[in-house]
Design a protein around this ligand. Structure first.
Ligand SMILES: [Zn+2]
Length: 414
């Protein structure tokens, strides 16, 4: 390990300048995928990459690759990055940190006149958040063959169904010419804020991410009978919302039953007709289950289906439980994880192993290339929130670890 260090002040300044694009009054960022603001952030990123001597390629789903050449152009690049899109009430660091850390790494190598053996690429993946266009992680998913390109491009805006991801990318000038996928990747590293409370509570600047939790996402539709809230006696009701409420409670209990690692969330509920004097005839809701072990996810799946069937039967309702997305637990590549650990040790940073509770582009990349992640703490463990915050010294530490892990990989390639 060479133990080089990045310029922490420059990293922070880049993050703060980027955060101005889509800045919210409460100090956060709203920069939805393929919006005008996303386009603006992308153009700033590209300008910075080109100023740093990188060659930029944009693929058909808008993923941006900025390449710094290596001594041996025949070698596949070591790739690092994350995403520039945010949640509607997102923060300044989720995604942005990984992309800006990649840029800072390249700028540092330029300052040092350091030539790596393999090329290095910084990547900004399209639509990681999945907020405006669902599902999440569509750019990396299309790149790794998880999603068909045409299907991904046809994804509709959740609030404006006449708009597609492909159309919006075209509109902001980021439906690129390059084919999606098929680029050789020697290794993929992603630095990210933890988005949870573990590192901060332990007082550690670095998390060595050994893998990601598995996830099961569901869409549940409960159907009863719309009826007038006045003349309809209680025993005759088929109230879809009452059934849904019992299902929501069951989801929470399932999460608690598989403590400490299980997470179980209902985050979206749609009641129709959503009128104060009409008994709800239909409820649509989503369920998000997470756990590092597949066997436990399977048990949670069975418990969910049982609970929904019981709640529906009790209230004389119909229920449809549809699995929307399944994501197996993903272990990262031990050799690459070891490089992250070595880099943290070489820099003298206290660290611990950690499992990622959130999905990341790295989780899809792990399907096609050796992959590892670096976590840094965020204040209060809060993310997907405008108050999301991180300490400059922790961001610097994570970027230093990234730099040395990437260098060690790029120089030992070939
Ligand atoms: Zn993110």
């Amino acid at each position: 390990m060479r133990n080089l260090t990045i310029n922490g002040e420059r990293l922070w300044a880049s993050l703060m300048e980027l955060a101005r694009i889509g800045a919210t009054a409460k100090g956060g960022v709203c920069r939805l995928a393929a919006s005008d603001l996303d386009g603006e952030a992308r153009r700033l990123f590209i300008r910075w990459c080109e100023e740093a001597g990188c060659t930029v390629t944009i693929d058909k789903i808008g993923n941006i690759f900025a390449r710094r050449p290596g001594r041996n152009p025949a070698l596949p690049p070591v790739v690092t990055g994350s995403h520039l899109d945010t949640q509607p009430t997102g923060g300044r660091f989720d995604g942005a940190y990984g992309v800006m850390a990649g840029l800072e790494l390249v700028r540092t190598l330029n300052d040092l006149g350091y030539e790596t053996e393999a090329p290095i690429e910084i990547v900004a993946w399209t639509n990681e958040e999945g907020s405006r266009f669902s599902p999440a992680m569509v750019g990396s998913g299309a790149f790794t063959g998880v999603f068909e390109l045409d299907t991904a491009l046809a994804t509709r805006d959740n609030n404006a169904p006449n708009l597609t991801l492909g159309g919006e990318l075209e509109r902001i000038g980021f439906a690129g010419p390059a084919p999606v996928g098929g680029r050789a990747v020697a290794a993929y590293f992603e630095a990210h804020i933890e988005q949870g409370p573990i590192l901060e509570a332990a007082g550690l600047p670095i998390g060595i991410v050994t893998g990601a939790q598995g996830q099961r996402w569901y869409e549940i539709t409960v159907r009863g009978q719309e009826a007038h809230a006045g003349p309809t006696p209680m025993p005759r009701r088929r109230d879809a919302l009452v059934g849904a409420a019992r299902m929501i409670d069951a989801v929470n209990k399932i999460g608690h039953a598989h403590a400490p690692y299980a997470c179980a969330t209902v985050g979206f509920v749609e009641v129709s007709p959503n009128s104060r004097n009409t008994i709800p005839g239909r409820v649509f809701l989503t369920v998000d289950f997470r756990h590092p072990e597949d066997a436990v996810l399977t048990a949670m799946d069975e418990e969910l289906r049982d609970a929904c069937a019981v709640a529906a039967a009790t209230q004389k309702l119909d229920v449809d439980v549809k699995e929307f997305w399944y994501f197996p637990p993903t272990p990262f590549e031990p050799r690459l994880v070891g490089k992250v650990r070595d880099a943290a040790a070489a820099q003298g940073y206290p660290h611990q192993d950690i499992i990622s509770g959130a999905g990341h582009d790295a989780v899809y990349m792990a399907r096609v290339a050796p992959t590892a992640m670096i976590f840094v703490p965020c204040v209060g463990g809060i993310s997907h929130n405008e108050i999301e915050d991180a300490k400059p010294e922790d961001l610097t530490a994570g970027c230093n670890v990234l730099l040395n892990a990437v260098l060690d990989t790029a120089d030992s390639a070939g």
